[in-house]
Design a protein around this ligand. Structure first.
Ligand code: ADP
Ligand code: MG
Length: 466
């Protein structure tokens, strides 16, 4: 079938590359042709943009004929062509996904695995190998491993929920990593509810990351092409009408074609408000598993494994001491372990329980700060800026209110574990995206070390120094 190269330049160039690849050695192809980009200009001329003069000369002198022949074969007519040089363009892409699986450097499986991991948005840190199974998570773990072996077949959708820091992200990403390891051709997409929401908003606005022309259609195509869709922290999607609706359609499309869907959340499906029953009943239609906080035995097991993997020299009684004292969740447990280890190293100490207790004293104090009431934080902010609480919670957007309001958002986020949505509710029923924006704004200010940073430091001091 002939390709209309004027309307489908991308497809045309891709097809030319496949033809050319057959005629050249992989070495030549990779080192030269893949460093080019084909475009059709307004006169219908094929413009081959080359990364440098070396590539350009070679294309012109040695491979012109091959390319011309391929073009005639594919377009059914002679296509005039010229070459130009453009340094620093995105040529690397030719080697990878932009030009389809043909051009993925499969010769180096490790590199292509990393590439797939990156493309799927997965972190190599989260695997089944380093996930410890215990009483608290055995059902979730069993389901996750089964799904990774046979995606889309047995359990669908999978819904995993727990409080923070208990392994949801680890487990859902381990599923993705395992699948691309076993079946590299699978299109795995990992995203978070927050990222899904933001991407949709950007698509509605018609651009993404400064790239113009990313439309809701592109958005739909992207997600509906997934073989395995992993959505972490779905609570950010639920409750927002547009995103929720879009998610619902994506979900249905994938579900109907028996694609695997895995979802995590901070709460069970039934705890979402009844408005979304249509959606939550879909969640419950597959299999639902929770992860509970780890018991003492499990906490110690996790730290021992961590120690052994890192080759740290920390005796069991110190491990047990940490495990006994940090009971909230695994993220804090890991944090405490690192803190103790750093303390030993920095102070050149014998790793004893007593020293660990001193190191942990700080963590435990910090944790008390974490228990700060969000009301107290708001009160401190209002005192500092001499503004009234109802004004902060109110709608007025004058500068003397906007900054304190955003500082309050930032401090609540930083000093407590309150989710964006709850902060929004607390601060007068604001949308969680407003809170995210506010927190980010202050984060940027803090980096700049100006007046606002000092304000933040000062307010914090009034909260922690008693
Ligand atoms: P959540 O997404 O539920 O908030 P994470 O998956 O981010 O929690 O887990 C927090 C930290 O604890 C991560 O560093 C993760 O690797 C670790 N972790 C959680 N569960 C386990 C487990 N069962 N075995 C080993 N590490 C774990
Ligand atoms: Mg998580």
């Amino acid at each position: 079938m002939l390709i209309d190269f004027k309307t489908k330049p991308k497809e045309f160039w891709k097809a030319i590359l496949s033809e050319v690849e057959l005629k050249l050695s992989p070495m030549v192809f990779k080192s030269l042709i893949a460093r080019t980009r084909g475009e059709i200009d307004e006169n219908g001329t094929l413009k081959i943009v080359c990364e440098d003069d070396f590539v350009k000369n070679n294309v012109e002198k040695r491979y012109r004929k091959i390319i011309e022949e391929a073009a005639i074969k594919l377009a059914g007519e002679k296509v005039s062509f010229k070459t130009t040089v453009q340094k620093g363009g995105e040529y690397g892409k030719n080697n990878t996904n932009d030009f389809g699986p043909l051009f993925v450097p499969e010769k180096n499986p490790a590199a292509s695995f990393l590439e797939k991991q990156r493309k799927a948005n997965l972190s190599p840190r989260f695997t089944f190998e380093n996930f410890i199974m215990g009483k608290n998570n055995n059902l979730a773990y069993a389901i996750a491993t089964a799904v990774a072996q046979r995606p889309g077949e047995q359990y669908n959708p999978v819904f995993i929920y727990s409080g923070v820091g208990l392994g949801k992200t680890h487990l859902i990403q381990a599923i993705g990593n395992e699948i691309i390891k076993n079946k590299p051709g699978t299109n795995v997409i990992y995203t978070t509810g927050e990222a899904f929401t933001n991407e949709l908003i950007e698509a509605i606005k018609g651009g993404k990351g400064g790239k113009i022309g990313y439309s809701t259609n592109d958005f739909r195509n992207k997600f509906r092409k997934a073989d395995v869709l992993l959505i972490d922290d779905i609570q950010f999607v639920i409750g927002k009408e547009t995103t929720q609706e879009e998610f619902f359609h994506t979900f249905n499309a994938l579900y109907m074609s028996q694609k695997q869907i895995v979802i995590t959340s901070d709460r069970p499906p039934k705890d979402f408000n009844s408005i979304e029953e249509r959606i939550t009943s879909r969640f419950s239609s597959g299999i639902v598993a929770d992860i509970q906080p780890p018991d003492m035995e499990m906490r110690a097991a996790i730290l021992r494994t961590k120690r052994d993997l890192a080759g740290d020299n920390i005796p069991n009684d110190v491990i047990d001491y940490i495990a006994e004292n940090v009971t909230t969740n695994i993220r804090e447990l890991e944090g405490a372990y690192i803190q103790v280890r750093t303390y030993f190293l920095a102070e050149h100490l014998e790793p004893t329980k007593e020293a660990a207790a001193r190191a942990l004293g700080q963590t435990i104090r910090k944790k008390e700060n974490k228990n700060l009431n969000i009301n107290e934080i708001l009160k401190a902010v209002c005192n500092y800026y001499s503004v009234k609480i109802p004004d902060i919670k109110g709608k007025r957007r004058t500068k003397d209110l906007v900054i304190p309001r955003q500082v309050a958002m930032f401090l609540i986020k930083e000093m407590t574990d309150t989710p964006f949505m709850a902060i929004g509710d607390f601060l007068g029923g604001r949308d969680h995206t407003t809170i995210m924006h506010g927190v980010r704004t202050i984060e940027e200010e803090v980096k700049k070390s100006g007046r606002i940073k000092q304000d933040v430091v000062n307010v914090k001091q009034t909260l922690t120094d008693w």
